[in-house]
Design a protein around this ligand. Structure first.
Ligand SMILES: [Zn+2]
Length: 314
């Protein structure tokens, strides 16, 4: 609660400051090259905009690479960045409660705001057998909508529409790039279909959190994992670990997955106990500094997922 009050005070203070200098920013700030300004909170929409718009726009990602997206707190500079955006893209789930508080206190009349969760059909986070749920929690909609390439295509369409409306001079360019990118997403989707369609098994195991609900639904996979996708827990109970070990042994599952930027300790333990290989299934929530600097894309990471999934379903 204290954090909420503090944040609110910060937002109000900053907005007073920003409204004082907004005029100046507009005249010789972000629009000096005639480019529109787009801010995305996390990596997938940032990467989608980059694919559709390239250098035609001023684009920034709010979450620093490698940072934990579930406990993000905006800095005063972040709030100014949002305020100065022509298009602002966020997820719209539980982890984004801070976004709603900020937007409520901002003048958003000239801003196009896209919540990824509004662009697809959302499903609730699931607690499957063996999983540790957080106590006293209402079931929430799963935020990780981009993990299904089919959803990514829907998100790209929404972003392209916003770009075309906001920057009509470049609309043809955006439309063509979006069409090309969606074709690549469809190819990726077909690769996952082929891997899962020809597979010996349909069950995947995560010694980690599970942010792949949309992905698993799309490809008819069942799964067992230690925690739901947005759980803040990282230390599993002995019973949870034993359950996952037993599953792997019983069904002779060759791979235990972990997700990106975690500690991997649980997956290591399970791999040691079962002889299963530990592999990464990248949820693209955020990426490492090194990947970011090397220009890694959603498509790159997802293509690695195709290979690792193939090995897991053998
Ligand atoms: Zn999450």
């Amino acid at each position: 609660m204290k954090r909420v009050i503090l944040l609110t005070i910060t937002v109000i203070a900053i907005l007073i400051f920003v409204s004082g200098c907004k005029q100046r920013t507009n005249n010789n700030g972000q629009n000096k090259n005639g480019k529109i300004t787009i801010t995305a909170t996390i990596f997938p929409p940032y990467d989608f905009v980059r694919a559709i718009a390239g250098d035609t726009v001023n684009l920034s990602m709010l979450l620093p690479p490698a940072s934990e997206s579930h406990s993000f707190e905006p800095t005063p500079k972040d709030i100014i960045t949002i305020q100065n955006s022509d298009i602002f893209i966020y997820v719209g789930g539980e982890s984004d409660a801070w976004v709603n508080r900020i937007l409520e206190s901002m003048d958003t009349r000239t801003m196009t705001i896209i919540a990824l969760m509004d662009t697809v059909d959302v499903v609730e986070e699931e607690v499957v057998e063996g999983m540790e749920a957080e106590e006293e929690e209402e079931p929430a909609y799963d935020e990780h909508v981009w993990t299904s390439p089919q959803n990514a295509g829907r998100i790209v369409r929404s972003i392209a529409d916003a770009l075309c409306k906001t920057d009509t001079a470049n609309a043809d360019f955006y439309r063509q790039n979006a069409a090309d990118y969606i074709a690549q997403l469809e190819k990726l989707d077909a690769e996952f279909q082929a891997v899962t369609g020809n597979a010996n098994r349909k069950t995947i195991i995560f010694g980690d959190r599970f942010p792949f609900r949309y992905f698993a639904d799309r490809y008819g996979l069942s799964y067992f994992a230690a925690f739901p996708g947005c759980s803040t827990e990282t230390e599993p109970s002995a019973a949870t670990v034993a359950f996952l070990i037993d599953k792997i042994k019983r069904e002779r599952i060759p791979v235990v997955f972990h997700i990106e930027l975690g500690n991997e300790r649980m997956a290591d333990t399970i791999a040691e106990e079962t002889g299963a290989k530990k592999l990464l299934l990248h949820a693209c929530h955020n990426i490492s500094k090194k990947d970011f600097e090397n220009g890694a894309t959603y498509l790159d990471l997802m293509r690695m997922n195709v290979e690792n999934l193939r090995r897991a379903l053998q």
